[in-house]
Design a protein around this ligand. Structure first.
Ligand code: GLN
Length: 495
């Protein structure tokens, strides 16, 4: 058997079922690894005692006859999901010391499925960012090159999975925060259709965009986790009413006309012209095209399509997301949650000092932009226009899906950049979200799948986008690719 930390979610599940390892052994091993690689900065909170107790309980349940697929599999959660047994900070000083009285639905469902949590994973403050450098606590290093960022905002989740500290983790994606860090660290991640995973207990950034999803080594691992995480939840008004999905079964479902050598026969993959601009880094372009060539060998056909409003997705997103953020973050007033300024003159002064101390620079920037675009006189000029364009961007995708079944392209225009490089220029970071934002604005499901390495040996992800509720089809294509390639199995040196 492989080293315990090299087992992914599905492999851990099989090893546990076969009695090759106990959950306690697996959990002890991973806790030791987390401690050994503490300098990566992945964890904001670790609870060895709780994890070991949950592992022991899982082993007892298995001995008593339970055969739940995920029973005893250790994970960790992005610190944007509230948890009753551990603190939740959303990467912000505003919530330092905060404890939720309940678990987020995603956390609750994964625990009902038998998984256990080692702790809470670092992220950009309130999930705003692309490099994890906006965390109020610590930066996260990319295990492929410690001087580079792991991406964001789910950077702690991505780095922890890539460094083999956990087989899988939860993430959230508002404008790319599952897909981009997955791409930057060489792991697999899926953001499902908006509404597939409950947002209950997921600290809100931009409610009309926020979606939870799994980050793991392979499409198979993601399929198993997503089946457990997803499903209707009456506590989230935007949760989609559909019966529970078995994404693992959907992933394995053979296509009509498929053959053993060509499992993707008949699958039409659209390549939007705008996803391959002249300015796209050559190394990213090369790896993405290598991935596409493999998909073609598997029987897929590539067709040219167009998403003419791709560039507009950036201004549209950076109006809508801050608008929603400014509204969502108004609840952090020093009264109800977390931080409160120690000294103040009156109520207004308390609000001001609390928010000035509690929020970091990027969060403040977005609150100000959001308040501005929603204010009288600017609402029509900015917010309303952005909403109209958002609809047009979604319509463009529907035109594309008349010509193809899936859409493919790069996740990000470059590989992971050096820490500190984007610090003085927020707009530069915003521009790098160009390929993930259109799908987010449309509410579509999307994946990042490793397809090789670019400059300085840094990983590159292929983005696959599908129409609403096509998670099964996305996972099927990614799984087929991972059956004939080993990019997702490569790991950073020293891990
Ligand atoms: N990078 C984007 C932002 O900063 C996306 C973040 C996210 O998906 N949470 O808003």
């Amino acid at each position: 058997m492989k080293a315990l930390h090299d087992l992914g979610v599905a492999e851990s599940s099989r090893a546990l079922a076969a009695g090759q390892v106990s959950s306690l052994e697996l959990t002890e091993h991973l806790l030791a690894r987390v401690a050994e690689h503490d300098s990566l900065g992945c964890f904001l909170h670790l609870d060895a005692e709780l994890a070991l107790a949950a592992a022991t309980a899982a082993d007892l349940r298995r001995a008593a006859g339970s055969s739940a697929a995920l029973l005893g599999v250790p994970l960790a959660h992005k610190d944007i999901f509230v948890t009753k047994d551990m603190p939740t900070t959303a990467g912000s000083k505003m919530l330092s010391g905060y404890r939720s009285p309940f678990d987020a639905t995603v956390v609750e469902r994964l625990s009902e499925a038998g998984t256990l949590s080692l702790g809470k994973l670092n992220c950009d403050e309130f999930a705003m960012g692309s490099s994890n450098e906006n965390s109020a606590y610590q930066a996260v290093q990319n295990p492929w090159d410690r001087s580079r960022v792991p991406g964001g905002s789910s950077g702690g989740s991505a780095a922890a999975v890539a460094a083999r500290l956990v087989p899988g983790a939860t993430g959230t994606d508002t404008g790319g925060s599952i897909r981009q860090p997955a791409s930057f660290t060489g792991i697999t991640g899926i953001k499902p259709t908006y509404g597939v995973c409950s947002r209950y207990g997921m600290i809100a950034f931009a409610s009309s965009l926020d979606q939870a999803g799994p980050m793991a080594r392979s499409a198979e691992d993601c399929a198993m986790l997503l089946s457990a995480m997803s499903g209707f939840d009456a506590r989230d008004a935007t949760s989609v009413q559909q019966p529970p999905q078995d994404f693992h079964a959907q992933m394995l479902q053979a296509r009509d006309g498929a053959t053993a050598a060509q499992p993707l026969k008949g699958l039409r993959i659209g390549l939007p012209l705008e996803f391959f601009p002249a300015a796209l880094a050559a190394d990213v372009d090369g790896a993405v095209r290598a991935g596409l060539a493999e998909l073609e060998k598997l029987g897929a056909t590539l067709v040219d399509v167009s998403l003419p409003r791709t560039e507009l997705a950036i201004p549209v997103y950076y109006i809508i997301a801050p608008a929603e953020a400014s509204s969502n973050l108004s609840r952090f007033d020093g009264v109800r949650f977390g931080h409160r300024a120690a000294q103040y003159d009156d109520l207004l002064d308390m609000y001001k000092k609390t928010r000035a101390e509690g929020f970091g620079a990027e969060v403040k920037r977005r609150i100000m932009i959001g308040a501005y675009v929603l204010s009288h006189g600017y609402y029509d000029a900015y917010y309303l226009q952005a909403q109209k364009l958002r609809r047009m961007i979604a319509d463009d995708f529907q035109l594309c899906f008349k010509q193809c079944d899936l859409i493919a392209g790069p996740v990000a225009p470059t590989v992971a950049w050096k820490a500190g490089e984007g610090a003085d220029d927020p707009v530069k970071a915003y521009l790098a979200d160009i390929f993930t934002l259109p799908g987010s604005l449309a509410g579509l499901p999307g994946m990042s799948v490793p397809v090789g390495f670019g400059a300085n040996g840094m990983p590159v992800g292929l983005q696959l986008l599908g129409n609403y509720f096509s998670e099964g089809r996305l996972l099927h294509a990614a799984h087929a690719l991972q059956q004939v390639t080993d990019w997702h199995l490569r790991k950073p040196e020293g891990f």
